[in-house]
Ligand binder design. Sequence first.
Ligand SMILES: C[S@@+](CC[C@H](N)C(=O)[O-])C[C@H]1O[C@@H](n2cnc3c(N)ncnc32)[C@H](O)[C@@H]1O
Length: 452
Amino acid sequence: MFARYLVQATAQVLQRLLRFDGPADITLTQFQRENPKLGSRDRFQIANASFAALRFLPLLRHMEGLDAKSPETKSCERLAVLALAMDKHGPINLPVTAAQIAAILQTAIDNLPDPEQQVWLSASMQANAHFNEPDTAALQHNLPQWLAQALQAQYGETAFVALSHALKQSATLDLRANLLTHKRNAVAKELQEQGIECTATPYSPWGIRIQGKPSLRQNPLMNSGAIEVQDEGSQLLALLTGAKRGETVVDFCAGAGGKTLAMGAMMRNTGRLYALDNSAHRLDGLQPRLKRSGLSNVHTLVLQSETDERLSRLRGKADRVLVDAPCSGLGTLRRHPELAWRNQPASIEALQQTQMRILESAASLLKPGGILVYATCSLLEQENEAVNRWFTTSHAREFAPLDWSETLQKHDLQGLQTSADQTPALASNAIMLMPHLHHTDGFYLARWQRAR
Ligand SMILES: C[S@@+](CC[C@H](N)C(=O)[O-])C[C@H]1O[C@@H](n2cnc3c(N)ncnc32)[C@H](O)[C@@H]1O
């Protein structure tokens, strides 16, 4: 049976999450901090149920929504019961069937702390017995209509179904071994000796995939800088920049430095690596990680804007520039399911303008022959291929699109190349990492070389 306090706590979290005014993981951490008496099992259940609710919101609303006029608190309690039941029921197989819905509702009935709710749940069960599968596209993909339409048009029906299913799964916990100071095998062995099951990631030469979600916060390997939590896709993005010893490399949108740290290790702590961002708060997050990493070749700079005049010092100097652009983050729905609901078509248009402005300024930092990499964790053509086309056309005299085949071959990563039935046809200088194909977050990468 679900304890009454557990339903209430989950409902309180949902009430905050459904305002869609911030990242879900931060809201959840904040709630946990405010409620220190919750045990670790409760925290785990609340987190799982809340994420299930964000992933399957239309489905839960459909199951709950027979009495749509119920006040917000009551509605959140109902959603909490359903989300806890969904989590207890186990993975949802898409397409959702009437039998699956009935099983979730039955789990809810069987575990109710409050018998009053049985009336509502029984009514829901009866109504859902007439659930008409072909009429419920939105309940199958559980995405906002505008987003589902955009992805369907871009990827085609088969790939869209596989992709939307993959986006509903919870992401694996991936680590990057810090090859500056450690060997991947040695780190993996130490984790195993601690009782943490893990394997090497399929593509990244630095990656370790953990089974389950053990807490690593106090782990000595973390404290010593031997490991960083980083999705395999992010690791590959850093790898594919090709950063080398002795080079001048700019990470234009460094944030808390996930890719900066990986590129610093690739450069073997030589050369100069600039970590830039317009958010001081995000760059602050890099400092403790830098300390642990053993890197001393990183220089951070908080930008006023992408055209900050202090950038003139770097103009024409860089061998490589990475633009890990601010984007919708729709490729990361496995870990940030709220982004499906926080983004809107108008916000995508605004993002595209920012992406172009940043790319324009970042390109000016390259020396002749230097390489520019543009990346997003978006799945939308507007933030990816459209920006690529714009840059290629508007800078045709100075920047040549550079395809990826040589680099993929060098790292034995030909498996990353997708065919036209898996992703939309991509420009010759672009590749995508996809949750349903590569089991990473979704990433788009394009690159160009500056004329010599
Ligand atoms: C996708 S995130 C980068 C993530 C980071 N590279 C990592 O690996 O953790 C995009 C970053 O771009 C930064 N940003 C947004 N607008 C910017 C601008 N105009 N100039 C520079 N950075 C900007 C954001 O603060 C954010 O940290």
